[in-house]
Design a protein around this ligand. Structure first.
Ligand code: AHR
Length: 324
């Protein structure tokens, strides 16, 4: 065997050993009649979060969970403390939507050290600091970059004006959806020089803050004719601010967003909003299914990806009945 082949064989061996070591290092989950399951919600100030928590509660009985659900009320520090308390209560498994990418990393590592398999749901952590298959089992959620890209592509295709002056309302600073929805949109919209993003500011994924930020940005940029909000709650807040300022959302301003809430679908039906790309909050059944696979010793893909639909004038009325 020449030296190059020897090197390749050694690399393959070490890679194999490494990936085995990764899965062996994850805590296992034994078969039981009932499981003590922790779900550490980050906040409950919008319909999306409420629907997600309800989805876990609705799944609990069917999946034999004794569910401990907490609400960190918008504080990453409280979310860390909630995970701590769940570890102390002896949960078997943790489902965690980390509010921001960095502050929850010690909590993820602490759960692993305590022998608790952790699944990140809907949001992820900084991939440079904690990894699926190593620090936590898997991430269950949407492709946020793709959501932002799809909103931009829909805007490029459907904006009728000559020059698009865009205001962007960002989600919670430091959160994975805010980072990724921004980069996905910014990269895609930059491909068409009709468009310019004149302001991009956080509204913390909240309706009221979205409205306030939009009011301020309208003063600085009265010529805005496109609002891209990272979620529907901020889009609805922006619509309120625009109407208060005498603007006509849907006529002189195109509002585009992400989630698929009932209010957003109604705004689309009413002609005030152009599009919302779906981001589903219904994680309970998926969490149950993935956990069962894990108990059965199946290899779990590092990213259990959720597929998202797109809602426009063409189909919003067909889906409003199932919206939250
Ligand atoms: O992490 C998903 C985002 O968080 C949703 O788009 C938003 O509405 C929620 O608060």
């Amino acid at each position: 065997m020449n030296r190059r082949i020897l090197l390749l064989a050694a690399t393959a061996l070490s890679l194999g050993a490494g990936s085995m070591a990764f899965s062996q290092s994850l805590p296992s989950l034994e078969k039981k009649d009932r499981y003590k399951v922790g779900f550490a919600q980050m906040e409950s100030n919008n319909p999306w979060r409420i629907a997600e928590t309800k989805s876990f509660h609705d799944t609990a009985e069917m999946c034999n969970w004794d569910l401990i659900a907490t609400d960190a009320a918008g504080s990453a520090a409280k979310q860390v403390a909630d995970v701590d308390s769940m570890i102390a209560q002896g949960i078997d498994v943790l489902f965690l939507p980390p509010r921001e990418e960095k502050p929850l990393i010690p909590a993820v590592k602490k759960a692993k050290a305590a022998g608790i398999p952790t699944f990140l749901v809907d949001r992820s952590v900084d991939p440079a600091a904690a990894k699926p298959g190593e620090d936590f089992v898997a991430f269950l959620g949407s492709d946020f970059i793709d959501q932002g890209r799809r909103v931009a592509e829909w805007t490029i295709e459907n904006f009728k004006g000559e020059k698009g002056i865009i205001v962007q309302l960002e989600g919670t600073t430091g959160s994975s959806p805010a980072n990724d929805r921004k980069s996905g949109f910014d990269d895609a919209i930059a491909k068409d020089d009709r468009f310019e993003i004149v302001a991009s500011q956080t509204g913390d994924f909240a309706r009221d803050l979205g409205r306030q930020v939009m009011e301020t940005l309208l003063q600085a940029h009265p010529d805005v004719n496109i609002v891209y909000a990272h979620n529907d709650e901020m889009a609805i807040g922006a619509i309120q601010a625009l109407e208060l300022a005498g603007r006509k959302p849907g006529e002189d301003v195109l509002v585009v967003s992400i989630d698929g809430t009932r209010d957003a679908l109604q705004a689309i039906i009413d002609g005030k909003m152009g599009v919302t790309v779906e981001s589903s909050p219904f994680f309970g059944p998926l969490a149950c299914e993935v956990m069962k696979r894990y108990v059965n010793g199946e290899e779990i893909e590092h990213w259990v990806q959720v597929q998202d639909r797109i809602f426009t004038q063409d189909n919003a009325a067909d889906h409003i009945g199932e919206a939250y």
